[in-house]
Design a protein around this ligand. Sequence first.
Ligand SMILES: [Zn+2]
Ligand SMILES: [Zn+2]
Length: 407
Amino acid sequence: MLKAKGQFQCTCGKTHTVPPIEIVFEENATRNIEAFFENATYVVDENTAKLVETPERRTIRLEAEGRVLATMENIEKVASQVLTDHIVSIGSGSLTDIAKYAARLTNKNFSCFPTAPSVDGYTSSVAAILIKNEKTTVQAVVPQKVVVDMNVVSEAPFDLLRAGVGDIAAKVTARLDWMLSNLLTEEPICEFAWEELRDLLNDVLENSEKVLNRDRSVILSLMKALLVSGLNITIVGNSRPASGAEHMISHSLEMYHENRNEIPMFHGLSVAMGTYITLKAYRVIFEELKLKEKCLTNEERFSILSEFFGEEKAGKFMRVHERKKLPGRVQLSRVREALKHTHEQFSEKVENALKTVRVDELLARYEPEFIEKLILISNTIRERYTILDLLDSLCLLKDFSHRVFEI
Ligand SMILES: [Zn+2]
Ligand SMILES: [Zn+2]
C-alpha cells in the first residue's frame, strides 16, 4: 500500500523506516481465523465475538455496560490473562488500542482483525489510553499482521461508518495544523505522509454518501486510507500526521464524559465534530473574518478547565498552555500563503463529507454554551501547535467559540 519500503530519506531530514506489517485483504477470513494468526490469544467483546469463531481457551472476552473503553483496567485484564505470545484484537478502535498496549506491557506480538472502517489505529504504533481518566497517547506495539475481511467491515454498524468518514476527514485539518506548526514553530514536516494519502482521501471525501450506503469499493478506499494514515503515524513516530486540533477537541470531549463515568460517542464521531470546528477556525484566517479581539483570561480558562476535568488537571493544562505561547506576532499573510493550496483543494470536500455524516446532528447533542467552552480549552490539553493556538494568541478564540455556528 505504501510505495516506500524499508528505509528512506525523508524531506524532514530524517531517515524513516517502513515497518514490515503484513496487510491481508481476504473475504470470508472469519470462517477460518486460525489460519491467519499463529498461536494467538484473541481479544473480543460481546459484539465482535459473534462475528468470528475463536477457540474458547484462547479468547479473552471484555465486557462493559455500554461499550468497552481503552482503560488501564481492561488492558491489565488482557495482560494478566494472555496465554500465548501473540495478542490479536477482533474489533475496532478501543479493542485494538487495548490489545496493542497490553502487548507492549507484556512483550508480546500483536496483530489485528478490524471489524469496522472507523479509525486509523489498526496500523499505528500509538494507542489512546485512559490513564486515571486522562486520555493519553502512548507508544504501543506495531502489528505483525492486519487481516481485513471486506464482508465484515462493510457490514459494520452505521455509526462506525460515519465515524470512519470523520476520522479520515480529520487528516485534512491535521495536515493543515502540521503545516501551520512547521511554518510558525519550525516543527519538521514529512511530505510522504501526505502524498500517499491524497488520492484515497479524495475518493472517500467525494463519495462519503456511498460509504454510508455500504458501497464496497468506497469502503475499501476508506479502509486503505485509514491503514495508510496509521502507517504514517508509525513511520513518523508520533500521531502528528493524523491528528491536530480536531483530535484535541475530540479528546477533550471524551475526557469530559469519562470523568463523569459517561460513555463518549465513538472516536470518529467526536473527531467529525472537531474537524467541523477546526475548519471553521481556518475559515477565520482564510476569509479574513473580522472577529472581536477579546482575550480569554487565565481565570476564565482555569475555571472552565476545572469544571471539565477537575482542579488538578486544570493546573497541569494551564502549564501546558503557558509553554505553547510563541514570541512575536504572527503574519497571517504568510500563513495564508503557505497553506492556501491544501486548504483550497480540500476544505469544501471535507465540509460536504461532514454534512453527509450529519455532523449537525452530533453537535446538536450539546448546548451551544458547552461547545463554546470545549473550543476554549481544547488547545491546552496537549503540547501540539494548532490553529486554535493561533486564534488564541490573536485573542480571537473567545469570539470564534461564540460565533462558530455562524461562520
Ligand atoms: Zn483518530
Ligand atoms: Zn520525515
